[in-house]
Design a protein around this ligand. Structure first.
Ligand code: ZN
Length: 349
């Protein structure tokens, strides 16, 4: 009788939850629908396209007076200065997020965006509490350059190779709801990210003109296509992916050491060369055992990579000693140093 009552109670609770939340979900759905109609998903992109055509027919003099040689012009309302404009480049998604404090829902109808839609796939706009967010999706990896002049803000989308001598893409394996190997409450995704963030510190301090793009710098999980896409579309000189290993069974064992995968299908041998350099530096820096370089073409991001690729398996999470070491920040820093030195050696810098 007790169990029966419990079941009835559980069903009653579940039913009331559904009744409470479903109308809300319905309202949220309506709001999204509403935004799609009002918010400029279609109109901002169309505005830019028609501006592009207008400028084409109006000729060089008009284009020069409107754009001053830049790609896009945004106009700011009187009370808004360029200091209120914040630009975030989410390279892995080829998305530029421009946040402007002080502009409302109908900003674009008052201040049309003008310029060329080259490289631009889509523009969306939304504003809440006078914070406007313009999202520009590009067809390629581009750096954004902002030039402010009075009430005009000009944007240019620049090929990274025009800015940097070399482009390197660094990938921290797994992330988000995909933890990778999991041992004793330790997630591989966190070890990979820990090493990559140490590596980022080294590249941030570097005075060589290297542009480094990261597939992630937090606990997110970009798709495999976006990860390798960042390397391919930026025409990177190198693609480095950081992982940690475990035995096939996933059981703790004495198996330990460092292994680096390369693309066997790369007939130039550059992937294998980069992998060997990574392995050598890791072995010296970490004093770990060599598991060698191995062909990793069964791995999507290796097989699909156009730049020379190395996927390092720094250590074995299924080995207690290495699992302990991998969690040590000094050990992570050493691994990062080894990878940093490897990139510089490969690029002969
Ligand atoms: Zn992994």
């Amino acid at each position: 009788m007790g169990a029966f009552t419990a079941i009835i109670l559980a069903v009653a609770i579940a039913m009331s939850c559904i009744l409470i939340y479903v109308p809300n979900m319905h309202m949220i759905a309506l709001r999204i629908e509403d935004n799609k109609l009002k918010g400029g998903r279609i109109s901002v992109m169309d505005m830019l396209k028609s501006s592009s055509e207008e400028l084409e027919t109006e000729g060089e003099a008009t284009r020069e007076s409107v754009l001053k040689g830049h790609q896009i012009r945004l106009l700011l309302p009187k009370n808004v200065t360029s200091a209120s404009v914040d630009i975030e480049n989410i390279y892995v998604n080829k998305t530029i997020v421009i946040t402007i404090n002080g502009i409302g829902k109908d900003y674009f109808s008052e201040y049309p965006m003008r310029g060329s839609s080259d490289n631009i796939v889509d523009v969306t706009y939304d504003s809440e509490d006078l914070v406007g967010v313009i999202e520009i999706t590009l067809d390629d990896i581009r750096e954004v350059k902002m030039t402010a002049e009075g009430e005009s803000v000009y944007l240019d989308f620049i090929d990274p190779h025009e800015i940097y001598d070399y482009v390197v893409v660094v990938d921290a394996g797994h992330g988000g709801n995909v933890p990778g190997a999991t041992k004793g409450g330790v997630y591989e995704k966190d070890l990979n990210l820990g090493i990559v963030l140490e590596l980022k510190k080294l590249f941030d301090r570097n005075d060589k003109n290297i542009g480094v793009y990261y597939t992630r710098t937090d606990d997110t999980n970009p798709t495999f296509a976006n990860r390798v896409g960042l390397a391919n579309d930026s025409e990177a000189d190198l693609f480095l992916s950081v992982h940690n290993n475990s035995t096939a069974s996933g059981r703790m064992s004495s198996i330990n050491g460092t292994e680096v995968m390369y693309e066997g299908g790369d007939s130039s041998g550059e992937s294998k060369k980069f992998a060997s350099i990574c392995l050598n530096h890791l072995l010296v820096e970490l004093d770990s055992k060599s598991k060698g370089t191995v062909v990793g073409d069964e791995v999507y991001i290796i097989r699909m990579s156009k730049p020379p690729v190395a996927l390092v398996e720094v250590g074995f999470m299924t080995n207690q000693r290495e699992l302990d070491l991998l969690q040590d920040s000094e050990y992570q820093r050493k691994a990062a140093q080894a990878l940093y030195d490897s990139v510089l050696e490969y690029l002969q810098l």
